[in-house]
Structure formats: structure tokens, C-alpha cells
Design a protein around this ligand. Structure first.
Ligand SMILES: NC(=O)C1=CN([C@@H]2O[C@H](COP(=O)(O)OP(=O)(O)OC[C@H]3O[C@@H](n4cnc5c(N)ncnc54)[C@H](OP(=O)(O)O)[C@@H]3O)[C@@H](O)[C@H]2O)C=CC1
Ligand SMILES: O=C(O)CCC(=O)C(=O)O
Ligand SMILES: [Mg+2]
Length: 416
């Protein structure tokens, strides 16, 4: 029994089998978090579009029973002032296995730590999967946006997102700095009296499980390469180790061999002959602009993956159209790449594309590929008809500007 979450009387739970495959009933209950800021605009549109696609394809034979769970500002109103992520939300996400969320606000500098990060850590959603592809007709700042077709595997549980940091001039920061100087002979803290300190854990286990999934994805989806993106020249034992551990997974678990003497590697032909390579993060950010077609599946650490996600999204038209998923070996929470965009909240103006495409990934995850295909086709048609939200319209000279809900309705009207 939940306190505020109301399980629909009809519908059934999705179940995880012992081999981690899913048993998906025809009437699954899928929890959702509406989200802060523009969550109130985009989440209802996503639900309407998904329901329409499912109905169009399966009629009455399949239907999602949506169940609202709470986090962020809405949670504080229901559960109490300081309750941003109630235990029952974690319980529901775990029990119902597959869910979807809108964005949640994180204040800069002080205040609460990220609820998004907390959800990922508490449910061990260690993969942040963010595919980036181009939709014909979307305005882009680059000459050949259609050359961008990448799938980002961002490590989602470690790195500086673990939130191990101490405020400058606090007793804790002084203690850590003292320890570093006296016990560890650190001499390079430039201003010890006024430094904040942050610690970045990166583990072999965390790296291996992420890279293993990225390589397996590349094999299963017939991709050409997996690139390990790191800043290992500067952070040798975290980012550099990520690169080494990643190559080791390719070699030991997938039988990769050195390519032209290394360090690049190649998987055997029966595993697609996929090339496993690495690149330093800053070089990567310029190469994705100059030669995006040389990159395919990307495996990277948490912070790099955050930056890369928005940068690549911009190349194909912006974060209005950038979907994603947070995955563990069993639980999945789908969510857009963008945040709460507070200045647009409640204005029915922003692009619902990112969360709709996140739902499209969710439908594929539960095996409802026909409904997912319907969503992709409707999105393609709507954009090709130049019916787009403000973010695209402002860069096109002949577009019809749609509202957020209007874009959803235009998609539904195009579900043939
Ligand atoms: N997973 C999550 O829940 C995430 C939460 N956040 C949180 O969101 C809050 C705001 O973060 P901020 O840095 O402003 O980043 P946002 O992604 O919220 O917004 C930045 C800009 O991106 C554009 N944008 C975002 N979403 C859309 C959309 N759906 N359609 C069209 N354009 C869009 C807008 O650009 P323009 O102004 O040019 O129109 C907007 O001003 C912070 O508290 C942050 O921590 C951030 C990222 C992820
Ligand atoms: O948690 C947040 O507020 C930001 C997270 C973020 O930017 C992301 O996951 O891409
Ligand atoms: Mg981000």
C-alpha cells in the first residue's frame, strides 16, 4: 500500500524473469513522474501521444495504465516540505520495473542535491543511454547533421556525480585538505585556506559493467565502433583507468585483438568486427563537429557524458529532441536529456519531442515495437510538414509554429 501513489485498479505489473528478460502484460501499469518546470507541459502530451500510438496499433488489445508517482516540487507539496524523493517513489519504480519521468530541478551552489542523480544512484541505474539521430527537416547549426548517428553510454553512478564534496572554509574541507597535505604529501593545492574539495570515484567494476553493455549493444545493433571517451592524460587513475579497463573488457570478454599494434582493438568477425577505440574528451568534442560519421557507440564517464549529450543534441537540432533512458540490469526509468527550462514552465510552448522519443525508447524496451515505429513515423511526418515548436520554428523561415500540446496533436493526426 502506498501513501499517495494510487495504483490503477486495472492493469498488471511488468515482471523481471530470472534471466533478466521482461514479462510484459498487455495492460501494464507504468509509473510516471510529471516533473518540475516544463514537466507540466510535456508529460501530459507524451502520455496522450503514447496512448494514441498504442491504440492505433493494437486497438483494445493493449493499453498502458499510467500511475503517477512523485518527486521534486510536487512531492514536497504532498509529502512535506523537505521530502523531494519519497521512499514509495523508489519502491514503485523498483516494483513496477519500467517507468518514465519529466525533468526535476536542482539548485546551483547550495540547496538540495540532484534528485535525478539520487534516483540513478539509489536504483543503481548505471547506464544513461542517449541515442542521438537526425530527423529530416530539423534546423541544425552544422552542414551535415545527417552524419550524426551516435548512441551514448554514459556511466551514471560514479564520477563527481557521487556528490563527495566539501564547501570551502568548512571544518570538513579543512580536515580533508589537512589530510591531503600532511598525510598524502600533496603540494599542489594552490589556495588551501579557501579551496572547496571534490572527490571523483571511478571504479573498475563500474567501468566494466558500462563498457560491457556498450560493446554488447554495438554487436546486437550491428554498429561499427565503440569509442571510449576520457580525459586520461590529466586524470590518470580515474579517466585513464576507465580507458584501460574498457580496452580490457573488449579483449578479455569479447576476444578483441590489437589493431595495427594498438591501442585500438578489433572484435572478431563473428562479433561484427567492431573497432574499439579511444579519444581524449576535448579532441572528441571538436571531432564530432568535423567528422561525426567516424563515431558510433560512445562509452564515457558521467561528467563527460553529460556535456557530450547536450553538445551532440545541439548538432541535430537541440535538446528539444534528445531522448534517454536510465537503466540497471532490471529497472529502467526513461527521461529526456534536457532539464526543467523554468522560464517556459506552464506556457505550453516547449518541444515535447525529447520526452515523446524517450517514451518511444520505452515502448521498444517492453517490446511494443509497432507502437514505437508509429511514434517515429508521426514525428518524422510532423517535422517534414514544418509543424514545429518555437525552438525549431525560430530557425526556419517557412514553419508553422505549434504549441507543445499542438505538436502532440499534430503527431496524433499523422498516425496513419
Ligand atoms: N534529468 C533532469 O531532470 C535534468 C534536470 N536539469 C535541471 O533543470 C534545471 C534547468 O536547467 P538548465 O541548465 O536551464 O537546462 P534546461 O535543459 O532545463 O534548459 C536550457 C535551455 O534548453 C532549451 N530547452 C530545454 N528543454 C527544451 C524543450 N523541451 N524544448 C525546447 N527547448 C528546450 C531552452 O533553450 P532556449 O532558452 O534557447 O529556448 C532552455 O532555456 C536545473 O535545475 C537543472 O539542474 C537539467 C538537466 C537534466
Ligand atoms: O540532475 C540534474 O539536475 C542535472 C542532470 C543532467 O544534466 C543530466 O543528467 O543530463
Ligand atoms: Mg545534462
Amino acid at each position: 500500500m502506498f501513501q499517495h501513489i494510487k495504483a490503477p485498479p486495472d492493469g498488471e505489473k511488468i515482471l523481471v524473469n530470472s534471466d533478466l528478460s521482461l514479462t510484459v502484460p498487455d495492460y501494464p501499469i507504468i509509473p510516471f513522474i510529471e516533473g518540475d518546470g516544463i514537466g507540466i507541459d510535456i508529460t501530459p502530451v507524451m502520455i496522450k501521444v503514447v496512448d494514441a500510438a498504442v491504440y492505433k496499433v493494437y486497438g483494445d488489445k493493449r493499453k498502458i495504465f499510467w500511475m503517477e508517482m512523485y518527486a521534486g516540487e510536487k512531492s514536497t507539496k504532498l509529502y512535506g516540505e523537505n521530502i523531494w524523493l519519497p521512499d514509495e517513489t523508489l519502491q514503485a519504480a523498483r516494483e513496477y520495473v519500467v517507468s518514465i519521468k519529466g525533468p526535476l530541478t536542482t539548485p546551483v551552489s547550495g540547496g538540495i542535491r540532484s534528485i535525478n542523480v539520487a534516483l540513478r544512484q539509489l536504483l543503481d541505474l548505471y547506464i544513461c543511454l542517449r541515442p542521438v539521430r537526425y530527423f529530416e527537416g530539423v534546423p541544425s547549426p552544422v552542414k551535415n547533421p545527417e552524419k550524426v548517428d551516435m548512441v551514448i553510454f554514459r556511466e551514471n553512478s560514479e564520477d563527481i556525480y557521487a556528490g563527495i564534496e566539501w564547501e570551502a572554509e568548512s571544518a570538513s574541507a579543512k580536515k580533508v585538505i589537512d589530510f591531503l597535505i600532511k598525510e598524502m604529501q600533496v603540494k599542489s593545492i594552490r589556495f588551501p585556506q579557501s579551496s572547496g574539495i571534490g572527490i571523483k570515484p571511478v571504479s573498475r567494476e563500474g567501468t566494466e559493467r558500462l563498457v560491457r553493455k556498450a560493446i554488447q549493444y554495438a554487436i546486437d545493433n550491428e554498429r561499427k565502433s565503440v569509442t571510449l571517451v576520457h580525459k586520461g592524460n590529466i586524470m590518470k587513475f580515474t579517466e585513464g583507468a576507465f580507458k584501460n579497463w574498457g580496452y580490457n573488457v573488449a579483449m578479455k570478454e569479447f576476444g578483441a585483438e590489437l589493431l595495427n599494434g594498438g591501442p585500438w582493438m578489433k572484435l572478431p568477425e563473428d562479433k561484427g568486427g567492431i573497432v574499439v577505440k579511444d579519444v581524449i574528451a576535448d579532441a572528441f568534442l571538436q571531432q564530432i563537429l568535423l567528422r561525426p560519421d567516424e563515431y558510433d557507440v560512445i562509452a564515457t564517464l558521467n561528467l563527460n557524458g553529460d556535456y557530450i549529450s547536450d553538445a551532440l543534441a545541439a548538432q541535430v537540432g537541440g535538446i528539444g529532441i534528445a531522448p534517454g533512458a536510465n537503466l540497471s540490469d532490471s529497472v529502467a526509468i526513461f527521461e529526456a536529456t534536457h532539464g526543467t527550462a523554468p522560464k517556459y514552465a506552464g506556457k505550453d510552448q516547449v518541444n515535447p519531442g525529447s520526452i515523446i522519443l524517450s517514451a518511444e525508447m520505452m515502448l521498444r524496451h517492453i517490446g511494443w515495437n509497432e507502437a514505437a515505429d508509429m511514434i517515429i513515423k508521426a514525428m518524422e511526418k510532423t517535422i517534414q510538414d514544418k509543424m514545429v515548436t518555437y525552438d525549431f520554428a525560430r530557425q526556419m523561415h517557412d514553419a508553422t509554429e505549434a504549441t507543445c500540446s499542438g505538436f502532440g496533436n499534430a503527431m496524433i493526426a499523422r498516425m496513419g
